[in-house]
Design a protein around this ligand. Structure first.
Ligand SMILES: [Zn+2]
Ligand SMILES: [Zn+2]
Length: 388
């Protein structure tokens, strides 16, 4: 009986070995020794890269797992002869400092009264440029000329406006605007840096569109969430335009390097900056990177402006960019001043809680020149730049 069992066992063992030799090997348990990259697309300056991380069996190459990994885009373009080596983008400010000191026409000049600093959509796209679907982190599209373009559905202030190219602006049509260096005037320079004012109307924004009217008091109050109760609609500290300048505009118009060259400024908002002997609507001073100019600044002859506020003044006249026109900026359409817009000062008007001072298309900044805070008006930013 014991012998029979032994034979039986031996037979069974042999049988198991036979099965293993014939069928066990092809039906092996798949094992991967590490992972490999597949479907690799390299990151560029403007777009993330991707690759699949794949685990395959080292015996039969069976796919065991696959995950898609993201490669961060490059932080900066690498320029060679004015073009980016990676994505072909055009170098708009050819200066390692992040700004280019220049003449009014943009030609480099170490003692020029202007700087090119930051970039923003400005001129409407030329007909011979095509826009690709390569989109950068700002949402701009790379054009065939190496410049980036912003797409905007036009909402002109009035019908009949044209772009600087002479093309009529059709409401609700989509146009592309070239992202170009912003030109600024240096109006004050000292050992700390240069105070600069944008040399055009760069966009169109409301000063404060969130408000309510208190009919008993006859007063307009701002209704932004962080404002204390009874903050006037024309309060600069809590204004929508100030928030926009220091968040969205600051983020999109300047690179990391450029932001590090902007000096945070204590912006004075006292009564004397508003151009009135008394003004119940002034706010405390603010700490800003980017700000609207005060009435005091644009009426100072030392800064290159007419000291007479109600005078027509070419230095105060500002051209609307094509982009600002598409975004609803008001502009003058008579031949002499075609394209000149009206633009916000940060100073509140003294008489009503919902009016703010402005400069009009003729460059006049008189006491009558105030605009309703909730209306869109031109934006001409100012800031302080650290010079090197
Ligand atoms: Zn296998
Ligand atoms: Zn690039």
């Amino acid at each position: 009986m014991a012998r029979m069992k032994k034979i039986y066992c031996a037979f069974l063992s042999l049988w198991i070995v036979l099965i293993c030799l014939t069928s066990c090997d092809p039906k092996h348990t798949c094992v991967a020794e590490g992972t490999e990259r597949e479907k690799e697309t390299a990151a560029t300056c403007v777009a993330e890269g991707h690759y699949d991380l794949v685990a395959r069996c080292s015996v039969c190459r069976n796919e065991l797992s696959r995950t898609t990994e993201t490669v961060e885009k490059q932080k900066a373009h690498i320029y060679e002869n004015g073009k980016c080596r990676t994505c072909g983008a055009t170098e708009t400010i050819p200066d390692p400092k992040g700004y280019l000191r220049c003449k009014q026409n943009g030609d480099a000049d170490p003692n020029g009264a202007y700087v090119l600093f930051g970039e923003y959509p400005q001129t409407v796209k030329a007909d011979n440029v095509t826009v690709t679907d390569v989109q950068d982190f700002r949402g701009y599209y790379l054009g065939s000329d190496g410049y980036f373009y912003a797409a905007v559905k036009a909402e002109p202030f009035l019908g009949g406006y044209t772009f600087t190219t002479g093309t009529n602006i059709e409401k609700s049509s989509v146009y592309y605007f070239k992202v170009e260096p912003i030109r600024w005037r240096i109006y004050l320079e000292n050992e700390h840096g240069a105070s600069i004012l944008c040399d055009s109307i760069i966009d169109s924004k409301a000063y404060q569109s969130s408000y309510k009217f208190d009919s008993e008091a006859g007063v307009y109050y701002a209704t932004v969430s962080d404002a204390p109760a009874e903050t006037f609609q024309n309060n600069y500290a809590y204004s929508e335009v100030r928030a926009w300048l220091n968040a969205q505009f600051y983020e999109i118009a300047f690179s990391d390097l450029q932001r590090s060259a902007i000096i945070a400024t204590t912006v004075s908002n006292g009564v004397s900056t508003t151009g009135y002997p008394t003004n119940p609507y002034v706010c405390e001073n603010t700490e800003d990177f980017v700000f609207l100019p005060a009435h005091l600044v644009v009426t100072k002859s030392a800064y290159g402006f007419s000291a007479v506020a109600y005078n027509r003044d070419e230095a105060r006249q500002m051209q609307t960019s094509d982009y600002a026109r598409a975004n609803g900026a008001y502009m003058q359409t008579n031949e002499a001043d075609y394209g000149m817009g009206s633009w916000w000062l940060r100073s509140p008007y003294y008489e009503y809680s919902n009016h703010v001072r402005e400069v009009r298309s003729g460059g006049d900044a008189s006491y009558r020149n105030s605009a309703r805070a909730e209306a869109e008006n031109g934006v001409v930013p100012a800031l302080k730049l650290r010079l090197q």
